[in-house]
Design a protein around this ligand. Structure first.
Ligand code: M7G
Length: 337
């Protein structure tokens, strides 16, 4: 009898080839074949609008049947790109339409049980898609599924190992400055306090499609630019932190109707982007990165600083690092992990 493991591997390999071949096919080409593109110019225009038109798959970085998403590394015009495809929650508002306007194909029936393949109309069948292009090796690393290790970072380790590393290696903050300067996502801003010291911009995180509040996810980005992370926060920043907490909660209540008792408000340590920002997610939503090893509740952060102004400069902090994170390598070289 064939080894089921080997059979699955073969199946996966052939699924991968099929997937790769399909993703390599330019969409304009499909449109043109379907007779939707009348001229060569039409086809070229479609391709110009669709950045994924010439996407060539290199590898699946990770996938999750539970979260219904897949992270793919590939090339667009010879440059690295990461594409994230994600099935979104079903909106209650369109339930009626989904049930009445879809076609149903019976898969099996047994007694009172039956399963179907439901083909929803195209407009109700969106896949949330995020594209990082051109992507750096650090992006590819960030999205690759890998084992994590818990780092124990003393105050001394931060200054001698982490700080020099993040000063050299951090992600570009251009997208953050674009938001603060209204060069991007200006129309998505939910609330802004323009005060240069205590102000911030609150807007939907790009992980949230804003179609339902069940998975609500916003970020508050501070106007001050010199706070890299939790490690830089002192009593000087208490007015800023309190402002973000209270005005963020108020504005989410006003806009989305979620009271503060329904919100998880936190900072990541380590963050991916070293510019002060705060995550606002719905309490019942198991948002990525909300585990105790990485998320620090803003209310706790405020209290810790209130009791000790230098709390985050003196404490040992713990955080998860992925296997191929350069920072983990540094700690290993020093014999700290
Ligand atoms: P983080 O704690 O630095 O890192 O959070 P993480 O990405 O590992 O969680 C940064 C947050 O900013 C994340 O929740 C991202 O989804 C979000 N984010 C990142 N980018 C590049 C953008 C963007 O361009 N626009 C918006 N709106 N959110 C972004």
């Amino acid at each position: 009898m064939a080894d089921p493991g080997a059979k699955r591997e073969l199946e996966e390999e052939s699924e991968m080839k099929e997937f790769s071949a399909q993703t390599k096919k330019p969409r304009a080409d499909l449109d043109c074949k379907n007779g939707r593109g009348d001229t060569d110019t039409d086809c070229a225009e479609v391709c110009e609008e669709n950045v994924l038109c010439t996407f060539e798959t290199s590898a699946v970085l990770s996938e999750s049947a539970r979260d219904k998403n897949i992270f793919v590394h590939g090339k667009i015009s010879g440059q690295d790109a990461v594409v994230i495809l994600e099935k979104t929650p079903i909106q209650k508002e369109v339930l009626g339409q989904i049930l009445s306007e879809s076609s149903l194909k019976l898969q099996m029936r047994n007694d009172i049980y039956s399963t179907y393949q439901l083909q929803a109309p195209a407009h109700l069948n969106e896949i949330k898609t995020t594209v990082v292009f051109p992507a750096t090796q650090k992006h590819i690393q960030k999205y690759r599924r890998q084992e994590s290790f818990l780092l124990e970072e003393t105050a001394e380790d931060y200054l001698s190992i982490t700080l020099p590393f993040i000063q050299e290696q951090r992600f570009s903050l251009q997208w953050v400055y674009n938001i603060l300067e209204k060069k991007a996502e200006a129309e998505r801003i939910v609330f802004e306090d323009p005060d240069p010291k205590t102000g911030f911009v609150l807007l939907p995180d790009f992980k949230w499609n804003q179609k339902q509040v069940d998975d609500l996810y916003l970020i508050a980005i501070s106007h001050v630019r010199d706070v890299k992370s939790l490690r830089d926060l002192t009593s000087e920043h208490l007015p800023l932190l309190r402002n973000i907490l209270h005005k963020g909660q108020e504005s989410i209540f006003g806009t989305f109707g979620l009271p503060r008792s329904q919100l998880r408000v936190y900072l990541h340590y380590q963050p991916s982007y070293y510019h002060l920002h705060v995550h606002f997610t719905r309490l019942g939503f198991d948002s990525p990165g909300c585990g105790v090893e990485r998320a620090h509740l803003l209310q706790d952060v405020i209290q810790n600083i209130q009791s000790d102004a230098g709390f985050y400069q003196s404490r040992t902090l713990y955080c998860p690092l992925r296997a191929d994170d350069g920072l983990l390598k540094k700690y290993k070289e020093k014999g700290k992990i």
